[in-house]
Ligand binder design. Sequence first.
Ligand code: APR
Length: 312
Amino acid sequence: MSYPKVTVVGAGQVGATAAFTLITRDVGDVMLIDVAEGLPQGKALDMMHARSVLKFGPRAAGTNDYADTAGSDVVVITAGVPRRPGMTRDELLAINAGIVSSVIERAVAASPDAVFICVTNPLDVMTDLAWKLSGLPASRVFGMGGVLDSARFAYFIAEATGAAIGDVEALVVGAHGDAMVPLPRMSTVAGRPFTDLLPTEEVAEVVRRTVFCGAEVVGLLKTGSAFYAPGVSVAAMVEAILGDTGAILPSCVRLTGEYGIDGVHMSVPALLGRGGVLGVPELALDADELAALRASATQVAEQIAALEAARA
Ligand code: APR
């Protein structure tokens, strides 16, 4: 049996979690690549040792050489430095921009026909940079942000309402960061809008917790940022792409006029399939939601401009 090939750049916490999820769910063979010698090889070997226990078909391998990533169907970019307590966004931006630039050049040369998913933070700006440097259509270079933010929102909605997690459909759009836009009106518990289920102040508290829970995890871990939920979120996107499922997942895509936003990467529902982003079906947002989304876009645009000025 042959499987599609997924390269995961960065064999750290997020990359390894995504890789392990992909092989254990029989989605594809995974090539882990990292600048650290031995790290991707060691993690891949450890994952393969789990094979007889979990009985999965695909294989993981590790390398430090982009030649081994050639011909990938999907390339996931998690290479970078996670935000540590006290690190400013600008510091993170400068370090990770350098890393993403070097990665995208080599990864695209090895797999020019692949779909590229950026995970490195700050997500929206790194995805925009990766797309610009790739020379590829925006439909094949996008990012993972909305799936994770929506999963976190769903968790907090389930906790607050006592609902089974499987009954919750939650949606967060916009920038992946403090400017994200949770959409309580469009989030449901067994089909009922979340806004109908709890008093306004409790809904607001769930929204607040969702926006700041990434920082909450960083504060608790102290030596890194979240990786289980980010890892499985990127795996879900890869699964939709390789399975050509047509799933609509909130993804960090380049907007070209949708929602009145032009030339910015941020998360909105996107139709995913073998070719990458196949469409961006627009939500019927009300005036407040639209204003929040546009304010979020303005923040991303400012960060993109700041990075471009710094790199000029
Ligand atoms: N090429 C390949 N790998 C690289 C490069 C590079 N140029 N530079 C750094 N790396 C690797 C590191 O060696 C490390 O193994 O990227 C890996 C990052 O792993 P972690 O430090 O464990 O970080 P992680 O928690 O996985 O987060 C990675 O994803 O969610 C985002 O904010 C997070 O930007 C961060 C990224």
